[in-house]
Design a protein around this ligand. Structure first.
Ligand code: SF4
Length: 319
């Protein structure tokens, strides 16, 4: 009789908070509610949130994802703008084409748009700390005329800025690394001592809370798995937070993407998820770990969240 091979033990720490934030919940609710009220097809410009699983689930319910407004026909079916926000030019194009639009921009992204506009109205030169090409950055820069906002993503970018030519202010992308951003802000303050900071931190509560939980858990384990999409900024930042703590970290879209070789010999692991990753994906990661290891599961909670954003009026009023 052959003995059943014993599975190696693995301590698994689930980070809390992790996964969906209030802005993502609201964006998905907006699409679901629009499907309910107007029926399919509902058009969504850009991925509603950066997660393939979410996108495919909505596509199966009749959502048509488009990159440009010209792909949406005129008519009564709504076109929804994603949680990342859109440039003013997109709103104007939609108006010119008389499209029925619903805005799922996260209210915390809208807050950054307003701050950038307030700097502009006061005649300030505006610096945006963010990652070039990200939809949120395109949307924030697009609130103002071309050339009004200078984008910086590193201390080198700050050093390369033209010398102070008067009043200056900065805003940031909502999903940045807190540690990297502190360094960039410090560099900005060194170069421009009178620079105006946002009245309240632009990096959102969800980004901050997930990074703090990931950092605290990373300190207690040998490796970290981040569940999220490769194009999700806050998921990438979670991977970086773990790596900064000296841990082997992998960003995986789902359980099938786990690099098991990288986990050889590892006896403790933390699992977290980006703000656009559904909890079901985390469950499947834990299941997959349980198939290979004798796991002990713990949760490390560093903050509790209760924030929720209301739906747009049109979806609240229409029955
Ligand atoms: S990560 Fe923050 S800014 Fe982005 S959708 Fe979520 S709550 Fe809003």
């Amino acid at each position: 009789m052959s003995a059943t091979p014993t599975r190696p033990s693995l301590r698994v720490i689930l980070c809390a908070p992790r996964g969906f934030c209030a802005g993502v919940v609201r964006a998905i609710d907006i699409v679901e509610r629009a499907l309910q009220i107007y029926g399919p097809p509902v058009y969504v410009r850009h991925e509603i949130v950066h997660n393939k699983c979410v996108v495919e689930t909505l596509r199966a319910k009749g959502v048509v994802f488009i990159e440009e407004l010209k792909e949406a026909p005129q008519g009564k079916q709504p076109v929804i703008f994603s949680a990342h926000g859109v440039a003013k030019a997109v709103l104007e194009e939609a108006k010119a084409r008389d499209l029925f639009t619903i805005d799922a921009t996260c209210p915390l992204v809208t807050k950054v748009h307003r701050e950038a506009q307030a700097h502009f109205k006061r005649g300030r030169r505006i610096i945006l700390i963010g990652h070039g090409g990200h939809p949120e950055v395109i949307g924030t820069m697009g609130q103002l005329p071309p050339g009004a906002v200078a984008l910086v993503g590193s201390i080198e970018d700050v050093e390369a800025l033209a010398p102070d030519g008067g009043d200056i202010g900065y805003v940031t992308q909502t999903t940045l690394s807190m540690d990297d951003t502190l360094e960039i802000v410090a560099a900005l303050k060194r170069r421009f001592p009178s620079i105006h900071a946002p009245p309240m931190e632009d990096i959102c509560y969800a980004t901050t809370n997930r990074q703090e939980a990931a950092k605290a858990a990373a300190r207690q384990v040998e490796a970290v798995i981040v569940v999220g999409a490769a194009n999700s900024s806050n998921s990438q930042r979670l991977r970086e937070v773990a790596e900064r703590e000296g841990r082997a970290a992998q960003l995986v879209a789902d359980a099938r993407a786990i690099d098991w070789r990288a986990l050889e010999g590892v006896r403790s692991i933390a699992v977290t998820a980006g703000a656009s990753a559904p909890e079901a994906l985390v469950d499947r990661i834990v299941e997959a770990l349980g198939e290979r290891y004798a796991i002990t599961l713990e949760t490390l909670t560093t903050a509790s969240e209760s924030r929720a954003f209301p739906l747009p009026h049109i979806l609240r009023e229409t029955v």
